[in-house]
Design a protein around this ligand. Sequence first.
Ligand SMILES: NC(=O)c1ccc[n+]([C@@H]2O[C@H](COP(=O)([O-])OP(=O)(O)OC[C@H]3O[C@@H](n4cnc5c(N)ncnc54)[C@H](O)[C@@H]3O)[C@@H](O)[C@H]2O)c1
Length: 389
Amino acid sequence: MAKELRIGMLGCGFMGRAHSNAWLQVNHFFEREHKPVLKAVYGREQDRAQLEKFAKMWGYESIETDWRKVVERDDIDLIDVCVPNHMHHDCVIAAAEAGKIVVCEKPLAMNAKEGEAMVAAVEKAGVPNMVCFNYRRVPAISLAKQIIDEGRIGRPFHYRATYNQDYTISAKVPQGGLALWRLDAKVAGSGVTGDLLSHSIDTAEWLNGPIVRVVAHTETFIKERVHAETGKTEKVEIDDACMFLAIFANGSIGTFESTRYARGRKNYNTFEVNGELGAVFFDLEDPHILQFFRYADPKTGQKIEDHLTGWQRIHVTAFEHPYMKNWWVPGCTIGYEHTFINMFADFLASLEGGPKFQPDMRCALRTQRVCDAVLQSAREKRWVDIPPE
Ligand SMILES: NC(=O)c1ccc[n+]([C@@H]2O[C@H](COP(=O)([O-])OP(=O)(O)OC[C@H]3O[C@@H](n4cnc5c(N)ncnc54)[C@H](O)[C@@H]3O)[C@@H](O)[C@H]2O)c1
């Protein structure tokens, strides 16, 4: 039976759009009992023009410039946290205490200490919760997970991830304000580590299990930038680039690289896992392709004796591929926005008795701990162990 799921959206920027679109679309492509209704949206008073336009375009019933008013409303079931990282802690805890279902954008928090309090709050309140590491729901990445879980690459030796962009190379790019709050450590918590590597770490631990040790180096190439909101030149305190080595619990070793100074790269989120029997490679700039190298038969462990050795480019659009039977006919691609629709479809299924949704906040806290360890390692110039759960 149809059940209204009344959404209170915190944030009307990039993720506010991606999430609003996904809430509106999910019932068109996935059969779910819950029917999202866009009730209220929050944006800052200084962003009122954006907020009003946003509410009109996406069909929100009302707007608020005080996020607490959205959380307190009795006619809202779910709080969707799409504001910058420094607000996640307060918004999630207030929403949990108000008994709301809580959806939160990544990274979970500014640091693991905040994350622990958030996990405690949602678990104490017993409210369903999730964190939006949406790349797990890229069909090609889900297929990589399936291939690995089926034993097709065998024992993994190497995990290699990059998440590279190029939009902050100019010293004229300010810090602070819409979108560019990412360069302001007081609002973002960290630079590429929390923003981009948190995605890579979530994907890596999902595909290859826990990371137990890291050693990192970070760099801030441009030391001062004008702050868009104060107009003053201020020190840049985020990591512009980060590289780290990782040891996984399964004995494989990893390299992770992220920067916003890789000229030419826009959203170069890649990973490769090399195993004894095979390998997989993915690149978000080519999102519907999964590359798979098949060397040996997982049942026998023996080399496959034919003349077709080589990388296969699997066009992940067939009905038998993850999520694709809900979309178009084979060969027709889906895109970035669909990862959010797939994610909410899985979350609604979990509310309706389906498999438990992951990552929840407890799972995302692990990613946060790895991010913290990476930053600590870079500061202290030494290996850092990730504390077990
Ligand atoms: N899952 C993903 O791939 C993905 C992609 C982008 C962003 N995110 C996450 O989503 C969250 C929101 O990011 P976004 O890109 O939508 O942000 P944005 O800058 O586009 O929008 C920010 C929103 O928060 C409000 N706000 C409150 N305090 C603010 C402040 N101090 N500075 C700027 N805006 C402020 C603004 O009014 C606006 O509505 C962040 O936690 C970010 O890490 C996730």
